[in-house]
Design a protein around this ligand. Structure first.
Ligand code: SF4
Ligand code: SF4
Length: 222
């Protein structure tokens, strides 16, 4: 899922300061699961903005709405009336959702309420970890399902850097060395011979390094 965290209330107040009638628009998918932008968080942010407005004399009028997905026009239409009525929208979707709303309503100020952080999973209660950088050319099958692009701090594709200590990453001692994980996983699934294969330099054209990406599925076009 896409993982994000909320901007601070003081940041949001500064962003919204020029406006009066503000819609806080939540998204019911990834950001709900990662507890940053769903209905509950919309309610918390709205309450905090109302309090800040009263304390700072800002005269905000805050309304709240959460739709299932802000990155999908079918669901965006459900918010159209509320968006039209507002002076500005504070979106608590990921960056894609915020931009989808801004594109659909070109004359409406739309602001991001969250910092979109990474593609990851819930590792334990209250802890999310990055698992994929959406590089566009997945190599997981070569590394026992452990992503060296995302989980090795140096993005090494041909073995460890040699700096790990007690299975901890040299760069991030709070995280396990990805190559320790890759070795264990390949051992456990009987594929250690993969470590003998040399991986050529990765072609980053399919990643964001090659510029903004578009995925076209001709079989789905009309
Ligand atoms: S290799 Fe690329 S697509 Fe596959 S998990 Fe890693 S970053 Fe994501
Ligand atoms: S210690 Fe392991 S995870 Fe960290 S940079 Fe070196 S090889 Fe990568």
């Amino acid at each position: 899922m896409i993982v994000a965290e909320r901007k601070t209330i003081s940041e949001l107040v500064e962003i919204l300061r020029p406006h009066r009638n503000i819609l806080v628009l939540g998204c019911g998918t990834c950001v709900t699961v990662c507890l940053s932008g769903g209905e509950r968080e919309v309610s918390i942010i709205s309450s905090a903005l109302r309090i800040a407005s009263r304390v700072q004399g800002l005269d905000f009028t805050i309304s709240e709405l959460t739709i299932e997905r802000q990155c999908d026009n079918i669901f965006i239409e459900q918010a159209a009336e509320a968006i039209e009525k507002a002076d500005a929208v504070l979106s608590t979707a990921c960056g894609a959702g915020v931009q989808a709303i801004a594109e659909r309503f070109p004359s409406k100020p739309v602001y991001a309420g969250l910092n979109t952080t990474f593609l990851g999973i819930l590792e334990e209660r209250g802890v999310w970890t990055e698992k994929c950088a959406a590089c566009g050319s997945c190599v997981l099958h070569k590394y026992g399902g452990i992503c060296p692009v995302t989980r090795c701090a140096k993005r090494l594709l041909n073995g460890p850097c040699g700096g790990s200590r007690e299975d901890r990453c040299e760069v991030r001692p709070d995280r396990p060395c990805a190559w320790q994980l890759i070795y264990r996983r390949l051992r456990d699934i009987g594929q250690l011979e993969r470590l003998m294969e040399m991986e050529p330099p990765k072609n980053w054209n399919s990643s964001l390094s090659g510029g903004p990406r578009v995925l076209v599925r001709e079989d789905h076009r009309v």
